[in-house]
Ligand binder design. Structure first.
Ligand code: DAH
Length: 346
């Protein structure tokens, strides 16, 4: 039997040992556990000798022994956790044969792809790009473009007006940017204006209240209808293939005189006739004309010196033709099954 003194010495010795304990492996922790906590371990031995402690010291020694036991258990718990976690990590740490995490690359929106192509094609023949506001006043969207006050031509485009101020509206076309640019710049001007436009339309497979246009404007000395035709033929061939043909039909827009609408030979059947071109061999893609002298004068450009042409096309329409998309609503629904198909195009 150990006497009180010897028990106390052992307790202090073991406390020191616990404090110094810094195992390198789970095995060492296990050995430590056995040494202290096994049936015939060091703690069992001490509890065995507790009997010889005189009654007046039992309380003090009981507390000391229990504290020692708790310390041993705690330290074992801490190191067990540490090594078990390490072992888990080791399993997953560097397995060079594991497949890589699956990356989900994004795709550019088809309307952006086609807008970029349009910009690129025109940039090759000297057209630069400008953008301007989507919320416009009556002057820039209508009046300066030669839409007379109260003229039925204004009804050609169903407009979203701002309730509190009927002079302000969401622009119905990018032709408004022509005015913005010509008010600030004297010719020569050779620019395109891509942007979003708004019309109060019922949404269907063929129409939407929000869509996109690219406007073109060329103003200089001696700009002629022949220049317009050649520019548009170049565009059609770059966009739809070098076998493309174009035709111009007379039309009416307040801001151009004469005005035309341009058809391109159907890029699907090559002009033979199919359901895309409704068996006519032609698809309509844009409006155009010679800038009305009134419009030039509204922007303080001398119409005796300068002439110009303008055109405007819908990006949705061209995108639908290029990719044979039959429903315009697909562009706005953000359905990943649709959008993913354009991966890899810019
Ligand atoms: N602004 C017209 C529209 O939205 C399109 C257009 C037609 C633009 C003829 C033009 C043009 O510049 O000359 O329907």
């Amino acid at each position: 039997m150990l006497d009180v003194r010897e028990i106390e010495d052992k307790i202090n010795l073991y406390i020191g040992e616990i404090e110094d304990f810094s195992p390198e492996s789970l095995d060492e922790v296990e050995q430590f556990r056995n040494r202290f906590l096994a049936k015939k371990g060091l703690l069992a031995e001490l509890f065995e000798n507790f009997k010889s402690v005189p009654p007046e010291k039992k309380k003090e020694f009981g507390a000391k022994l229990n504290a020692l036991k708790n310390s041993v258990e705690n330290v074992i718990e801490i190191y067990k956790k540490k090594f078990e976690k390490k072992e888990e990590d080791r399993d997953t740490e560097i397995d060079l044969t594991r497949p890589a995490n699956h990356l989900q690359p994004g795709a550019r929106h088809p309307l952006s792809i086609i807008r970029n192509q349009i910009i690129e094609i025109f940039s090759r023949i000297g057209f630069t790009v400008a953008e301007d506001r989507e919320i416009e006043d009556d002057w820039h969207n209508f009046t300066a473009l030669n839409f007379p006050e109260e003229h039925p031509a204004r009804d050609m485009q169903d407009t979203f007006f701002i309730e509190k101020n009927p002079d302000i509206a969401l622009r119905t076309h990018t032709s408004s940017v022509q005015i913005r640019v010509m008010e600030k710049t004297q010719p020569p001007i050779r620019m395109i204006f891509p942007g979003r436009v708004f019309r109060n339309e019922v949404i269907s497979a063929r129409a939407h209240c929000i869509f996109h246009q690219v406007e073109g404007l060329y103003v200089d000395k001696d700009v002629s209808f022949a220049d317009l035709k050649q520019t548009l033929l170049f565009f059609a061939r770059e966009m739809f293939g070098d076998q493309s043909r174009i035709r111009l039909r007379p039309s009416y827009f307040p801001f151009t005189e004469p005005s035309g609408e341009m058809d391109v030979s159907c890029n699907i059947c090559g002009g033979v006739g199919c359901n895309i071109c409704k068996y006519t061999g032609w698809v309509e893609i844009l409006g155009c004309g010679m800038v009305d002298p009134n419009v030039l004068e509204n922007c303080k450009i001398d119409s005796n010196i300068y002439t110009g042409f303008a055109f405007g096309m819908g990006i949705e329409r061209i995108t639908m033709l290029k990719y044979q998309i039959k429903d315009l609503r697909l562009f706005f629904e953000n359905d990943l099954r649709f959008l993913r198909q354009f991966r890899g195009s810019y």
